[in-house]
Design a protein around this ligand. Structure first.
Ligand code: ADP
Ligand code: MG
Length: 379
């Protein structure tokens, strides 16, 4: 993967004004009529501190900017950065934070006029918003057209680790994929099949593959239009491990709602009519664990089941535990996968938990992102 310019490349920063694009798109709680929202988790703010503190220590004057939630291109008090500002003032005093970039329609429309207004008065630009760098938005691709630019610490680490998976993984290299939809991840599945020594598939995604192998999937999530493509992938040279047993939820049950009842059964790879596959079974969980233990590198994206429901967290928990125990280099990508790693208490045992969901998958798939290209072309 091509390198990106780093903070050290910016030269002396004493008294210089630096615009820093961060990803402070934190989860908010509350914020009903007349009340202000509160930050439910400040992880993303803390993740930018190494960059902000490095710049402050060198005498830079920092203006940070971020998007927050999905306001529709106009000011919306529910998405004001005010609570983020307060937390930032505690963690990195002296850093100014602009109001939500998505209050401006020009942000997502990549309006050069907005970018020009953002860079006015600044001497340099730093992108530390990995989670937004797959989008050609004004604050991501615009400023490098005018300012000397660099990747912040967080962004640089993501490029180093995810780029390393593409360029020189310790083998065997195994990807463990799960989550909801095959169609969302088809690009990355195709790309990974060229790179890995084996692919392990669980989650709702496995049912489209199981169907392609001739199994019955009952009422499980299955993308009919993808079955043919999955069959081709199964016939390809890279081994693909599918579950041979499953946890299924009976008619009337609702995944995510234990109170709604419904029978829960362990079945083989065929799901009875009216039943829904909601997790990989214990045998498959153990087998997937063995593959993870024997790997040199593991990339994990997508939970193995509906782990938000404690009845169906077993498969994801087993994969999380194997990831924590293996001597392989372990990398987790994807918002729900990172949440699962935290839920099962293994996030600190991973070599790297990516802060970008879509961005991490796109970087692995394509080997580059619009935000990275922009940094390399900077003045
Ligand atoms: P990530 O954010 O890590 O990329 P995804 O968004 O693709 O992951 O998928 C996460 C979701 O997939 C979770 O909400 C989980 O409940 C759901 N899921 C996993 N397995 C199943 C299944 N067998 N049936 C239905 N949903 C599933
Ligand atoms: Mg997700």
């Amino acid at each position: 993967m091509l390198p990106v310019p780093l903070l050290e490349d910016l030269g002396p920063l004493e008294g210089r004004s630096v615009l820093v694009r961060v990803d402070f798109n934190v989860p908010l709680a509350g914020g009903g009529p007349g009340t202000t929202a509160e930050i439910a988790d400040d992880l993303r703010i803390r993740a930018a501190l190494p960059t902000l503190r490095w710049l402050l220590a060198r005498g830079a004057i920092i203006t940070a900017c971020t998007h927050l939630g999905r306001p529709k291109g106009q000011p919306d008090p529910r998405y004001s950065v005010q609570p983020v500002r307060q937390r930032l003032a505690e963690l990195a005093p002296g850093v100014e934070l602009l109001e939500n970039l998505r209050f401006e329609p020009g942000e997502t429309a990549n309006d050069p006029g907005l970018a020009e207004r953002l860079v006015a008065g600044h001497d340099a630009y730093v992108n530390d918003a990995f989670g937004a760098s797959h989008r050609a938005h004004a604050s991501i691709v615009g400023p490098p057209r005018w300012l000397p630019s660099a990747a912040g610490r967080l962004l640089a680490r993501e490029v180093e680790v995810l780029g390393g998976l593409r360029d020189a993984p310790r083998r065997p290299f195994v990807a463990v994929l799960g989550g909801a939809k095959v169609s969302d991840k088809l690009g990355v599945i195709d790309a990974l099949l060229e790179m890995v020594d084996a692919l392990v598939i669980g989650g709702a995604m496995c049912f489209t593959f199981l169907k392609a192998r001739g199994h019955r999937v009952g009422a499980s999530l299955c993308e009919e239009s993808m079955v043919g493509h999955c069959r081709e992938l199964l016939d390809g040279p890279t081994p693909i491990h599918l579950p041979y047993d499953l946890t299924a939820l009976g008619p009337g049950g609702v995944p995510g709602d234990p109170g709604a009842g419904g029978d829960v059964l362990q079945v083989r790879a065929d799901v009875p009519d009216g039943w829904m596959g909601v997790d990989i079974g214990p045998g498959s969980a153990a087998q997937f664990g063995d593959v993870i233990h024997e790997a040199g590198t593991v990339f994990w994206n997508g939970p193995m089941g509906v782990f938000e429901d404690p009845r169906f967290g077993g498969g994801t928990g087993a994969v999380a535990a194997a990831m924590a125990e293996t001597r392989a280099m372990t990398v987790v990508g994807g918002g729900d996968s990172a949440a699962a790693a935290r839920r099962f208490g293994v996030d600190r045992d991973m070599d790297h938990v990516s802060t970008g969901g879509g961005a991490s998958l796109e970087l692995i798939e394509k080997g580059d992102l619009p935000g990275l290209t922009a940094l390399r072309r900077a003045t």
